[in-house]
Design a binder for this molecule. Sequence first.
Ligand code: UDP
Ligand code: MG
Length: 322
Amino acid sequence: MAKISLVVPMYNEAENVSPFYESVSRVLNDIGLPWEMICVNDGSRDNTLTYLIALHQRDPRVKVVDFSRNFGKEVALSAGIDYATGDAVVTIDADLQHPPDVIKELISKWYDGCDIVFAVRRTRKVEGLFKRITTRIFYRVLGWLANIPNHDKIGDFCLLDKRVLEVLRKLPEHNRFMKGLFAWVGFKQDFVVYDLNTRKRGATKWSYWRLWNFALEGITSFSTIPLRMWTYIGFAIALVSFLYAAFIIVHTLVLGIDVPGYASLIVSILFMGGIQLISLGIIGEYIGRIYNEVKERPLYIVREAYGFDTPKEMGVTALENR
Ligand code: UDP
Ligand code: MG
């Protein structure tokens, strides 16, 4: 029988561990397939790990990967996927915002022959207006720059077939922008719709600064348009300067030299300086990422793993799977 692996990233989710386990295990037992639940403790500073170990001792189907520090949700998901032994992985948040009942629908689509099934939120009403607008702008820009189809539908509550898992495990990059990767791998994809719950316990970990960095990550790892556009901006500015130079020459020939020119001079110098700094900054974003990739550090460091037959080396990396 097909085995389902649940992958759950957890960062300071102590008060969610037990309610999450209760409702998810009820649903999974209902489905009747063998299952495991891989909880990745992403460097929590509360009691998440203690609770998880206790749960693992009570129910060995709960397995725990304990990171040495906080590596971020995307990396935690990658680790869970590396450790999963099932025929399909379902990634789900620990805060019960993703209703566990939807897992049934994901699995039935999977049985129908889909390789990736995304659970798509019906509305984003749960979030504030500002967040909804910024999210929309980001996905517009991302869809336009990085050419990711269905980008607004792709979320990280989804089911992945083992074919997809194999590909994801082999990807060497450190930039783990999951939405982009899911779109990039292709395969047969489908959607089911669900209503996002509000988070009942604990707090969200996504500050606006974090979301901004997440957005940068997404764009830079899937598009080089921000680099290339400077060629065109450069051409455009050169053209305008050329026209302006021609105008000044004619103007001087006809009307003679007029001395005041301070305002136009300083404005154009500042404008050019600004443009150059922006382009340098964008090149810097990419160079920083290249630097991170060439260092080839492990993607994550595992302090200890609980419940796995063949203990993996400390610090398994995507690189070792190459
Ligand atoms: N998470 C994580 N590492 C982080 C931040 C979040 O593993 O650095 C987990 C978190 O425990 C939760 C999931 O990712 O299970 C989603 O996080 P959160 O609910 O804070 O995000 P939101 O639902 O507000 O987008
Ligand atoms: Mg949440």
